[in-house]
Design a protein around this ligand. Sequence first.
Ligand code: PBG
Length: 331
Amino acid sequence: MTTHGTYPGARPRRLRQNPAVRRLVAETRLHPSELILPLFVREGISEPVPISSMPGVVQHTRDTLRRAAAEAVAAGVGGLMLFGLPEHKDALGSAGTDPDGILQVAIRDVVAEVGDATVVMSDLCLDEHTDHGHCGVLDASGKVDNDATLERYAEMARVQADAGVHVVGPSGMMDGQVAAVRRALDRAGHQDVAVLAYTAKYASAFYGPFREAVNSSLSGDRRTYQQDPANGREALRELALDVAEGADMVMVKPALAYLDVLRQVADASEVPVAAYQISGEYAMVEAAARNGWLDRERAIMETLISIRRAGAGSVLTYWATEVAQWLRAER
Ligand code: PBG
């Protein structure tokens, strides 16, 4: 007990009294290199198409994609995550394994544009490419067929790596997907291509705006493969499996509603942990800010700091370039 005749004896406010001391004792900081920018590229358009539920985010043309990638790199962003939207979708998601499919074309474009100045990543999943909108192929009864899907993922991994991607991000939550992808990469001579596994991915309402972003026509839901929001324990099981199967990095997704899961995964993981601040998290803040209901910049920074504080080493966020520019201006 500190008693020197004054009351109260402990004054935590001393370390909050001005910006200099607050800066000195801040435990968590953001750096541009920890931010990963997701980007959408759409086949067959000549102008970027705005995504109405994600104000400020667009479906890029090949041309504007290159420019957005260069702008992100100039701001110091640590990575890019590419999503391709093919003009023609079918039940197998054929565009996803076509060497000239839009995602593969975009990977080649972006790698040519930015080289090794940032880490180029690609979404490895079928939902952007299938006409039914599911993350896998369907069996005769209409259910998502896990093992048939793994074969599609293995082929996707090969064509994405052939196109020059540095990191693939299997995001379909099929059992065994990391092992299938790792094996396919190794067999094709792509030992150096890393796997960022979407390890704990929840069946979330916050993916809503993403459906518009990738023109997905999903009917039904993803609850037979994505995790139940009620559960934390299975995130640790998925983590153990993904690391055993060869994941180089793991991810928790969404971020804000799952900070407890993120903390548990960060504490248990032997590999770097990322978190994905998804479309609905973006839309929520943008909508409130547009209404004048909250301070946009402060809200964005607070969410990102919270995700870092909960244990994420890197964060996928649609604000990556803008935030990286703010961070640079601060110095
Ligand atoms: C699957 C995938 C999704 C997102 C990223 N990868 C959609 C889903 O699983 O339902 C969502 C990203 C976002 O909402 O910002 N390809």
